[in-house]
Design a protein around this ligand. Structure first.
Ligand code: ZN
Length: 450
């Protein structure tokens, strides 16, 4: 599921609900003309050349630290770029390198997030796109923010919502590559989309929940993330497709920089106890990546998310990290970095030596729900007939509650009987596996093995 939209918690829009049910008559006409006037005004306000420069770093306050958020570098490997650190947030510490569990709607699917705490999970990733549509940021804000709403004491990160919107508009790299194959065979298949318009102002799309029109702008995304109240927030960026011309990529990086600058202004006007990471762009083009690093590291962001198109496969991602990671500030100027949407075991093992701090993906938990279990010997597919009478645990070396209490035969039976408990148990084991693996990796870096 390389770089798939589903890997970042994308749910496809359902049905074709109407945009809105306007009242008939004069009121409706008036509302329409007002909307047209507002659109025209916005179009004029945001009209700019595709290559317009973003505001210079001098337009922002100095690139200083925060008293509620900082990165503590504990150990730098002499053998590679790998490092061990601690991200201090208002809701506690995140040990790095660390796995970040994706709780799209503020919940791990089929698993109480408190069980994630027991597994050692420190940072949880919630998707603004989904929370924006259901239950809505105002509902979460009234509850006192995400931490209170879902009753979590540990750190939370939210994204801008842009990834899901652009995946709907363009498809993910995975979709794109598959689409290309299909289009070769069958003469073209258009990706499903409910995106209405992407402009300098932002991205307008149709809600999959109730069909209403939603305009996601750099400012509205930050406001939504203020209402959600996560410890770490992410600015809106434009996610172009993988197959893109050099000129289109250049324009996209320029727009992303303008959007990130707008996001940062909005954030700095009301920081609260939130840190904002920039999103480094440029696809697999080294000149564009360098340009993105140079501009964004000069702005007062609190960390770096590695985003944009991350390549068509793992080899291309590693090539990108090899080039990109040494460009980021080190030593006392070091800030935490986060690889967006990639957290399979193999990618983590290959990316850690380049100095990546945190990884998020719903992939390890999702494969659990489908019966694939992570073990030191590789993946185990528990639905296979050979486990029908296997009374041993998933992994004799695993100390998780599932391995301590249940056999493969029992879990196999639960899947066959379609008991939802099967999802819970497999999700829990895989979450433990990821957290244990990260703890082991941290030890190996400190021991000089990585
Ligand atoms: Zn286990």
């Amino acid at each position: 599921m390389w770089g798939s939209a589903a890997g970042r918690g994308l749910r496809r829009p359902r049905g074709t609900a109407r945009l809105c049910s306007c009242e008939a008559g004069a009121a409706s006409k008036l509302a329409k003309s007002e909307r047209r006037a507002a659109k025209k005004k916005a179009a004029e306000k945001y009209r700019c050349h595709p290559m317009a420069e973003p505001p210079p770093p001098s337009a922002f306050p100095p690139n200083g630290g925060r008293d509620f958020f900082h990165f503590e570098l504990l150990h730098q490997s002499k053998k590679s770029g790998a490092r061990v650190g601690r991200i201090h947030t208002p809701h506690g510490v995140v040990d790095t390198p660390g796995f970040v569990g994706v709780a799209t709607n503020g919940a791990f699917k089929a698993l109480d997030h408190r069980l994630g705490d027991d597994a050692g999970l420190q940072l949880m990733f919630c998707n603004t796109y989904h929370m924006l549509l259901q239950p809505g940021p105002e509902v979460v804000e009234k509850a006192g923010g995400l931490h209170k709403f879902i009753n979590r004491e540990r750190p939370i990160i939210t994204d801008s919502g842009g990834f899901q919107v652009f995946s709907m508009a363009e498809g993910s790299v995975h979709d794109e590559l598959n689409m290309k194959k299909k289009s070769n065979a069958k003469g073209g298949v258009a990706p499903p989309t409910s995106v209405l318009k992407i402009s300098e102002e932002g991205a307008a799309f149709r809600s999959y929940v109730d069909g209403r029109r939603v305009l996601l702008t750099p400012e509205s995304s930050v406001r939504a993330q203020k209402a959600l109240g996560a410890d770490i927030i992410i600015p809106l960026d434009e996610l172009p497709p993988y197959h893109i011309s050099a000129q289109r990529l250049e324009e996209s990086v320029a727009r992303t920089h303008r959007w990130e600058a707008r996001s940062l202004f909005e954030h700095l006007a009301d920081v609260r106890q939130q840190a904002m990471y920039c999103v480094l762009h440029g696809g697999v083009d080294e000149a564009q990546r360098l340009k993105s690093v140079e501009y964004l590291t000069a702005l007062p962001f609190d960390g770096f998310a590695i985003g944009g198109s991350l390549g068509k496969d793992r080899a291309e991602l590693m090539q990108l990290l090899k080039f990109l990671m040494p460009l980021l500030p080190t030593g006392p100027a070091a800030k935490p970095n986060h690889l967006l949407g990639i957290a399979d075991v193999e990618s983590i093992e290959e990316a850690v030596p380049f100095g990546v701090d945190t990884f998020d993906s719903c992939f390890p938990l999702r494969i659990g729900r489908h019966g694939t279990l992570l073990t030191p010997r590789g993946r185990l597919y528990v639905k296979r007939g050979k486990y029908r009478e296997d009374y041993g645990p998933i992994d004799p070396g695993c100390d998780c509650p599932v391995c301590r209490n249940h056999s493969l035969a029992y879990i196999h039976h639960l899947f066959r009987a379609k008991e939802p408990m099967a999802w819970t148990l497999c999700t829990l084991h895989n979450l433990h596996y990821m957290c244990d693996m990260m703890a082991r990796i941290r030890q190996q870096i400190i021991a000089g093995e990585i």
